[in-house]
Design a protein around this ligand. Structure first.
Ligand code: PLP
Length: 431
């Protein structure tokens, strides 16, 4: 298997083998995951051996909302880069995209751009700290790899456990940052209130994902708004995963959350590097006072891809499709599990549906699910990002494959089916 051979080579010269933790083979199917692709189109991916799979897993880690190699987006990019992708002068599309994002979010007045989600969040936190002159960030959810965020684990090794990724080691993060970022759980009103009253004089901002796995309660949103107003600090809403999936723009628009800053990445540009920090001018203006600047933030392909992607979102109401696909996928899991007596618990917003096996060894079951689905021609895990490229015919094929897989898992204990090691759950060294 060429992919695994290359992956083994990568481990020797690329620490951790990949650039994004979620793309490690060990998180899916150790030693058997195809790992590398040669090409991709729609929701189909070809590996290095020429095998093709329907992707019902990460869909480019949530970027391929319109599908891989979406014609209109790629053609706009190719046209633009033929005219020069980065020059001494700026790309005019910067202003066009800024206007478009403000049009979609009329509460926002200013925009800064970056390329990745994590750095855009670091920009947002820097702006908030610059504006307030304070250091402490109260946050919930996952926001990337930067020092401001990982510093939460300097106090308790697993402060971040409840926020998507477990076991993140803050090694290399200056210890003096301990006590500058404190997590609270989504909907956990009491912890948020306690933190706000304990650190009120030093709080720079409140940071939260608009939504991840569960719906926000009204009490939670009201409390976040109240604290923001009492402390006069900006509310930063991270839309990197949820944005452009429940509506055209931030999920906060449909959830009744009123941010001062919102941050976008992933879905906004269908696979081209692009992220954005949008916000009210009273806080965004502080970006003039602190130094936030980078050469490749000025390149053109991400801007053009984003304009075309948003154009298609608006024209085709892509979010409606994403929601409907997610609902169907959840239903397939539910019905198949019921049919074969397998205990699962389903959650997530519809376009980012996920489930866990409520069994003796959930990770073993998850690995075997991936193994059996791979054998049927699917990249599949217990998490599925919906895409506009998931059409009826693909969903029907997926349904049959899931049914058959659950049937097989009901007949034999997964231990007897597993052909490799059980997948990893947490961040850890690769050997
Ligand atoms: C909510 C949220 N914030 C931030 C990030 C980090 O984005 P990136 O991986 O582009 O740095 C992610 C990535 O999954 C995310 O889901």
């Amino acid at each position: 298997m060429k992919g695994q051979k290359l992956y083994e080579e990568a481990k020797k010269i690329i620490p951790g083998a990949v650039q994004l933790f979620s793309k490690r083979a060990e998180l899916f199917l150790p030693r058997l995951w195809p790992s590398y692709y040669s090409r991709a189109k729609g929701c189909r991916i070809w590996d290095l051996d020429g095998n093709s799979y329907l992707d019902f897993s990460l869909m480019g880690v949530g970027t391929a909302v319109l599908g891989y190699a979406r014609k209109e987006v790629d053609e706009s990019v190719i046209k633009a880069i033929r005219k020069g992708n980065l020059t001494t002068l700026n790309a005019p599309e910067e202003v066009e995209l800024a206007k478009k994002l403000i049009e979609l979010h009329p509460w926002a007045e200013m925009v800064r751009f970056a390329k990745t989600g994590g750095e855009a969040m670091a920009i947002a936190v820097r702006i908030a700290r610059a504006k307030t002159g304070k250091d402490i960030v109260l946050f919930c959810g996952y926001h990337g790899w930067h020092d401001w965020y990982l510093s939460a684990n300097l106090l308790g090794k697993d402060s971040l456990k409840e926020h998507l990724l477990e076991g993140l080691n803050p090694l290399g993060v200056p210890k003096v940052l301990a006590g500058t970022a404190f997590p609270f759980k989504y909907n956990d009103v009491e912890t948020l209130k306690t933190l706000a009253s304990k650190y009120k004089k030093d709080i720079a901002c409140i940071v939260m994902e608009s939504i991840r796995n569960v719906q926000p309660t009204k009490e939670f949103i009201d409390t976040v708004h109240e604290i923001r107003e009492t402390l006069r600090v900006p509310l930063v809403v991270d839309e990197i995963s949820a944005g452009f999936r429940l509506t055209v723009g931030g999920a906060h628009k449909v959830l009744g959350i009123n941010p001062d800053i919102a941050v976008f990445g992933k879905a906004m540009s269908n696979g081209y590097p692009m992220s954005a920090v949008i916000g009210k001018s009273w806080v965004m203006d502080a970006a003039q006072e602190t130094f936030i600047s980078s050469t490749y933030w000025t390149e053109r392909s991400g801007l053009v891809a984003s304009l075309e992607t948003i154009n298609l979102f608006q024209k085709k109401e892509v979010h409606r499709h994403l929601i409907s696909v997610g609902r169907r996928i959840k239903n397939i899991w539910k019905k198949s599990a019921e049919k074969y007596g397998i205990e699962i618990a389903i959650s997530g917003i519809d376009p980012i549906a996920n489930f866990i096996f409520n069994t003796d060894d959930p990770l073993l079951w998850k690995t075997v699910f991936t193994q059996l689905m791979l054998e049927k021609g699917f990249l599949a895990s217990t998490l599925c990002f919906s895409s506009y490229a998931h059409r009826n015919r693909h969903i029907k094929l997926y349904k049959s494959a899931v049914e058959e897989t659950f049937y097989e898992m009901s007949k034999k204990h997964p231990k007897e089916i597993l052909k490799t090691e059980v997948c990893h759950k947490t961040f850890q060294r690769l050997t």
